[in-house]
Ligand binder design. Structure first.
Ligand SMILES: [Zn+2]
Length: 138
């Protein structure tokens, strides 16, 4: 699926620096910003279609370029919006402590071995009861 963007922290980095809840909040904000961008570029695409009426050949070529560019931006930002949203939700579904059910109160643990980081497991520890488990950062 979509690659990581340098503007969005990885889950492990996010938990380490700002905590899970803030990370989650920022991922949601970022995903909704992409949705807004998708809407704006869809409007720009429709406006470019509108401009075909009574346009000269040169203008029509330019309009085609505008349509293609805004369609590309709309598709990219829509994909990004969905990816960020689904990923944040997937992580939030695993953020309840299995033992005391506290939500999002977790600290990052060092991986036990290399296989864990290869499988994208993020080891965490509950701040309330100290229970340890792994988040699957798929
Ligand atoms: Zn707990």
């Amino acid at each position: 699926m979509a690659a990581r963007n340098p503007l969005n922290r990885t889950l492990a980095d996010g938990i380490r620096r700002v905590g899970f809840r803030k990370w989650y909040e920022r991922e949601l904000l970022s995903s909704h910003a992409h949705m807004a961008l998708a809407l704006i570029s869809a409007v720009a695409m429709m406006a470019s279609f509108e401009a075909y009426r009574g346009a000269s050949t040169g203008e029509k070529l330019l309009n085609t370029a505008f349509v293609l560019v805004s369609a590309a931006i709309a598709l990219w930002s829509m994909r990004r919006y969905l990816y960020l949203l689904m990923h944040a939700e997937e992580m939030a579904n695993q953020a309840n402590c299995p033992q005391c059910e506290a939500y999002g109160l977790l600290t990052l643990q060092d991986p036990q071995d290399r296989r864990e980081s290869a499988q994208r497991l993020v080891p965490v520890c509950c701040k309330r009861c100290g229970f340890r488990w792994n988040l699957e950062d798929g």
